[in-house]
Design a protein around this ligand. Structure first.
Ligand SMILES: [Zn+2]
Ligand SMILES: [Zn+2]
Length: 244
């Protein structure tokens, strides 16, 4: 049995220690990453986890093109400190839509309206990917009229940044929450753009905060030399496939 005085000392010590532990107020998330399960990426899932942990991301989503195998497989790997958000980059008939928090596969080539409805029916949220990047299948101006939950205003795969600039204006004018995302197709592309949101400890809270617009898009362009390297790798693969 502890004497009263030492009990008080222990309580005081505990309180002081507790004050020293700073609670994380914000977290960094990258909601658009391609893995080896995408037809245009070769990044292994374990490398995505390791790199994301190293650069201090707190949550990520594997969003392969019309494919969800990677987003389920990654959950089998050790991912301490990293929340994994289920995802898919769905090719709607008018442009790419990132589905987050889905429970099932969303099939491609439906209209944007049908795609978004299906995402919502699947307990997910719909984000317009690189909306004003026409050469990469952005939805374009119809993003203003759709029941979209958020839109990328910073996608790190760009050359001059005009498409991100327009997206930012449209998001502000129409009160559509902004998202920063890397759209990484190789490891070093991860986290180049990211979204800052209030600290959450589960996927549902992350989705709620995005929907509410508690988001701030940050980041920079993926370095040009890395993009060029990737283009050369893809060209090489295509040539090889032709000659095989
Ligand atoms: Zn895309
Ligand atoms: Zn993408």
């Amino acid at each position: 049995m502890l004497k009263n005085k030492s009990k008080k000392n222990i309580i005081r010590k505990y309180k002081n220690n507790n004050n020293l532990i700073k609670k994380r107020i914000k977290m960094k998330i990258d909601t658009h990453i391609h893995s080896q399960y995408s037809k245009d990426s070769i990044t292994p899932l374990k490398d995505i986890i390791k790199y994301s942990q190293n650069i201090g991301l707190n949550a990520i989503a594997i969003t392969d093109h019309d494919e969800i195998e990677g987003t389920w497989q990654i959950r089998k790997l050790e991912h301490e400190g990293l929340i994994l958000i289920p995802g898919e980059e769905v090719s709607s008939s008018k442009g790419h839509i990132v589905a987050l928090g889905i429970t099932d596969y969303i099939k491609p080539l439906q209209t944007p309206e049908e795609t978004i409805d299906q995402i919502h029916d699947n307990a997910g949220i719909a984000i317009s990917a690189h909306p004003y990047s026409y050469y990469r299948s952005g939805l374009g101006d119809i993003v203003r009229t759709l029941d979209i939950d958020a839109m990328e205003t910073k996608n790190s795969r760009f050359i001059f940044g005009v498409s991100n600039y327009i997206a930012k204006q449209v998001s502000q004018k129409n009160n559509i929450p902004e998202i920063g995302a890397s759209d990484a197709h190789f490891t070093k592309g991860i986290g180049r753009c990211y979204t800052e949101i209030p600290d959450c400890d589960n996927v549902d809270d992350i989705l709620k905060n995005i929907k509410k617009g508690n988001t701030k898009a940050h980041g920079e362009r993926t370095p040009m030399n890395l993009i060029i390297k990737e283009v050369i790798r893809k060209k090489g693969r295509k040539t090889k496939a032709k000659t095989d």
